[in-house]
Write a protein that binds this ligand. Structure first.
Ligand code: AMP
Ligand code: ZN
Length: 437
């Protein structure tokens, strides 16, 4: 069934109209960017002195890329393109090291972001009357507040509980009849693993949908969430530099995420040559935001690896779809010379029905060699004291992994609930090799 649109005109406009709108908005963004010290210098280096110098979308290729390091260098105000009095909100992303990157928004910027999040919620069939329990962290991180306002605008009742406090999450879900939750996929799985312990069962809840994002996850993890809870789970992608959630969102067809192209200009490039790759081929996602005046960002290197899914979606929306994020250019592990993406490991183990709801990848030095350890919880009915059963399962996991990543890891099986969990984004990889990797 094809759901409703939030803004039929924008969502189903034809390709020519979309390109024209993109060019118009890109020019406006360049005009804003030229008001910042950072871009004024950058753009004049390539002969872009005014927005009119950008004559067609093809000219965008001449604009230099912007990196996370650039944003850090511009801290705190180097990328602010409006008077300070116009700014009504800031968000910041600290990452793991050093100076944060800061994003500013005017009220109009926020309204446009809200509109986009409403669109995303409508595209997965959310509606007025839904009870929306937002389990994403509120604060400088954009995950919580991002969908909050769009959900209110749609008329959903929002429970702004934020992340953590699992017991309270269950209680709210039950007492208020939550129909839609927003959480990281790892937290959804953790939630399920704790349900019995906190005295709840599935029939206590009215849950229908989970919107999951903020961290990489495989199709197998989506299916696991759907099967365990008996609900639909939809993938939601965003990053703070591009406002946050609702850069790309799955529609009810669950066949890739529509990257909202009227609001973001996307390119996918080979991460080494930085040349555009053909549709269907994996590369690094490059984004320019077209709907924000206070902090324009052009050709941002997201480091996220994805591909454009060729062809139109059966929902009728014009925005092209990107595949599930396959990883980041900086999360590839090199193990004894072999390139391994954590997502490859997840895909293999989560296909196996015996595997539970949490896993971790640990890499250590073993003399001169690297040692890959896959620690995984097994389902409650699977864990057994019988060493033979457990060894047979380990063997199968190792065989399946070797077939996919060509190396044999050490596999450790754990009881449910034993491996560490995070309140925010899951930490799936622990690399203990230090400087010598
Ligand atoms: P932040 O700026 O802290 O919100 O982090 C943004 C990053 O989280 C993105 O660049 C991605 O690496 C990751 N991310 C967000 N949503 C998803 C998703 N649905 N699938 C995979 N990774 C995601
Ligand atoms: Zn669609």
């Amino acid at each position: 069934m094809i759901g409703l649109y939030h803004d039929r005109e924008i969502e189903t406009m034809d390709k020519e109209a979309l390109s024209a709108l993109q060019l118009l908005r890109y020019k406006k963004t360049v005009a804003d960017a030229l008001k910042t010290p950072f871009y004024k210098k950058r753009l004049s280096n390539v002969g872009l002195e005014s927005a009119e110098d950008l004559r067609s979308l093809a000219d965008i290729k001449n604009i230099p890329f912007t990196t996370k390091e650039d944003l850090r260098e511009a801290y705190p105000f180097g990328l602010m393109a409006v008077d300070k009095e116009e700014v009504v909100r800031m968000h910041a992303s600290s990452g793991t090291t050093g100076t944060p990157t800061v994003i500013y928004q005017t009220q109009r910027d926020l309204d446009r972001w809200t509109d986009l999040t409403t669109r995303s919620l409508v595209s997965v069939g959310c509606h007025k009357g839904d009870i929306f329990q937002n389990m994403m962290t509120y604060g400088l991180f954009t995950g919580g507040m991002g969908l909050h306002y769009g959900a209110e605008k749609l008329g959903m009742m929002v429970i702004p509980v934020s992340s953590g406090n699992t017991k309270r999450q269950f209680q709210l879900m039950k007492d208020f009849g939550t129909t839609v939750v927003h959480a990281t996929p790892s937290y959804m799985l953790y939630l399920y693993s704790k349900m019995e312990e906190f005295g709840y069962k599935l029939s206590d809840f009215k849950l229908k949908k989970a919107l999951v994002g903020a961290e990489p996850h495989s199709e197998e993890i989506r299916k696991k969430i759907e099967n365990l809870f008996g609900i639909d789970a939809y993938n939601s992608y965003g990053l703070s530099e591009m406002n946050g959630p609702s850069v790309a969102f799955e529609c009810d067809q669950k066949s890739g995420m529509h990257l909202w192209e009227d609001s973001y200009y996307m390119e996918i490039v080979n991460e080494k040559t930085l040349e555009e790759v053909p549709d269907g081929e994996t590369g690094e996602l490059i984004l320019s935001i077209l709907i924000r005046t206070a902090t324009p960002i052009l050709r941002y290197r997201t480091r996220d690896l994805t591909s454009i899914i060729p062809g139109p979606c059966s929902c009728g929306r014009i925005s092209r779809r990107i595949s599930r994020i396959k990883g980041r250019t900086d999360d590839m592990l090199i193990i004894n010379g072999v390139n391994v993406f954590p997502s490859q490991i997840e895909e293999v183990i989560m296909k196996m029905p015996e595997i539970g709801t949490n896993y971790r990848i640990v890499v250590k030095k073993n003399g001169l060699l690297d040692k890959l350890i896959v620690q995984t919880e097994v389902g409650p009915s699977i864990f057994s004291d019988d060493a033979r059963d457990m060894n047979a399962l380990k063997r199968r996991i190792i065989d399946n992994l070797r077939a996919s990543i060509t190396i044999s890891p050490v596999v450790e099986l754990h009881e449910p609930g034993v491996l560490p969990v995070q309140e925010g984004k899951a930490i799936r990889v622990v690399d203990e090799r230090g400087e010598s990797k």
